[in-house]
Design a protein around this ligand. Structure first.
Ligand code: AMP
Length: 285
């Protein structure tokens, strides 16, 4: 596995690969890797001839300084994991490689109503930061395919919209959520939970499962109410939102029969960790 720390080193290697018309797959991450990240890497390895993973904890997408500071960092373990699955290239840049002083990397994209709900509403500026870093990383890696997780559902929609608005020549592939056997969605943030916190966090996937089970017969309004009741009763869980929305725009459902793509999304705090999860109730990417 090649390890690049500078944009110039990475770019010259990619130019070399591109000259022989080979397909590049790219998996951006913030490190503290787990099986969820590895499923993205494996998918890229299966369909592309070269797979690049990046590890960069992007300061511009954190709306709270303490969240950025507490974000888990495990570089040695990450390198070993990526090597073990056969990743071709790892890009681990410093902040000055991604955001050099002389370069204006900020974007001004209007994501419309997609930006004002759920994560957009609770984390102001988050998606502007995500778009900025993903666009910059795409510029440097120049991939044919970009692999992102359904775990960050709204992020995937925002990035798809950015690709369309900037007319980027890359195909976004959204990879299903990897969960523990008990249902907990894998997340880098889970390592900050105590054993008790991990058990309490199961309420998120339980609420999503309940909504999925109830929605077909009882409707999405009832399903949402029951899921919220479960979360409000759950010990140690502080709910931020639970929404059932149309899967294309994440807007509240007016008529659940008018769309063939429905998703339930949740965000909640357990201990001092903010967790998100979602489940597709109908249709898919
Ligand atoms: P992160 O390092 O949290 O920024 O995540 C990097 C990528 O991995 C994003 O596209 C996430 O959606 C994806 N990802 C994170 N957790 C999971 C999971 N449990 N299953 C599948 N993909 C995931």
């Amino acid at each position: 596995m090649y390890l690049f720390k500078t944009a110039d080193g990475l770019k010259s290697h990619i130019r070399h690969i591109k000259s022989s018309n080979q397909k590049i797959g790219f998996v951006p991450t913030m490190g503290a890797l787990h099986e969820g990240h590895l499923s993205l890497i494996r998918q890229s390895l299966a369909v592309c001839s070269h797979t690049i993973c990046s590890i960069f904890v992007n300061p511009t997408q954190f709306n709270e300084a303490s969240d950025l500071q507490k974000y888990p960092r495990t570089p040695a373990k990450d390198i070993a994991l990526l090597h073990s699955v056969g990743t071709d290239m790892l890009f681990m840049p410093s902040e000055s490689e991604i955001y050099p002083d002389q370069l204006d990397t900020a974007l001004d994209i209007d994501f419309g109503p997609l930006e004002s709900v759920m994560e957009g509403a609770f984390r102001p500026g988050h998606f502007a930061g995500v778009a900025q870093v993903v666009n910059r990383l795409l510029e440097l890696t120049d991939p044919d395919m970009l692999f992102m997780g359904q775990k960050d559902f709204q992020q995937a929609l925002v990035v798809q919209k950015m690709i369309e608005k900037l007319q980027l020549e890359v195909e976004l592939v959204v990879v299903p959520i990897v969960r523990n056997e008990d249902g907990l969605a894998l997340s880098s943030r889970n390592v900050r939970l105590s054993e008790k916190g991990r058990r309490q966090a199961l309420a998120l996937s339980q609420a999503l499962k309940l909504a999925k089970a109830l929605a077909p017969e009882k409707g999405t309004t009832f399903a949402k109410e029951e899921a919220i009741a479960l979360l409000e009763k759950a010990e140690g869980v502080k709910l931020e939102y639970f929404e059932i929305a149309d899967g294309n725009q994440l807007q509240p459902l007016t008529d659940e029969h008018s769309t063939d793509f429905i998703v339930a999304c949740v965000a909640a705090w357990v201990e001092d960790v903010r967790l998100i999860d979602n489940m597709i109730l109908k249709g898919g990417f």
